[in-house]
Write a new protein. Structure first.
Length: 146
């Protein structure tokens, strides 16, 4: 079966509770359930993983190589700081789409630069949790055409 991986970084386990004015009321579990249903409708399996630890996310990226057709990744604050995650993405053949619920370019200056965007296939920012769907659809529709 074709597979997608959804990765979420630090503090995303707090969705629905953490700053709902910025991140909304949906929980991570809600988003995962929605993406699993979407993936299934295309004949895909979606695996989801969240960690507050950089090394765990790197392990997931490395283990994903050649197992998945794509990775939907919200790296949270690691977006702006992690050369190690950037190197992990660069080291695998699976394409990654970076997702951010908020528009990071309208927020604090330190959030304006992504260490990861240059090594990702694409980036979806500021569209709320719909960004996860759009990132997944980029992979799902691509395989449908090919």
């Amino acid at each position: 079966m074709r597979r997608l991986l959804m990765l979420n970084g630090p503090n995303l386990n707090r969705l629905g509770k953490r700053e709902p004015s910025i991140y909304g009321a949906e929980t991570l579990e809600d988003i995962v359930a929605d993406l699993k249903e979407l993936a299934h409708s295309y004949g895909f399996q979606l695996d989801a993983y969240q960690s507050n630890h950089e090394g765990d996310l790197i392990d997931q990226l490395q283990e994903a190589d050649e197992k998945y057709q794509g990775i939907v990744f919200n790296p949270g604050a690691y977006t702006h700081t992690s050369i190690a995650i950037r190197d992990a993405i660069s080291s695998i053949s699976v394409p990654v789409v970076e997702v951010h619920i908020s528009n990071v370019h309208q927020r604090e200056e330190f959030r304006h630069t992504s260490m990861l965007a240059p090594v990702c296939r694409g980036q979806v920012v500021g569209l709320g949790t719909m960004g996860y769907r759009l990132a997944a659809l980029a992979f799902l529709e691509e395989t449908k055409k090919g």
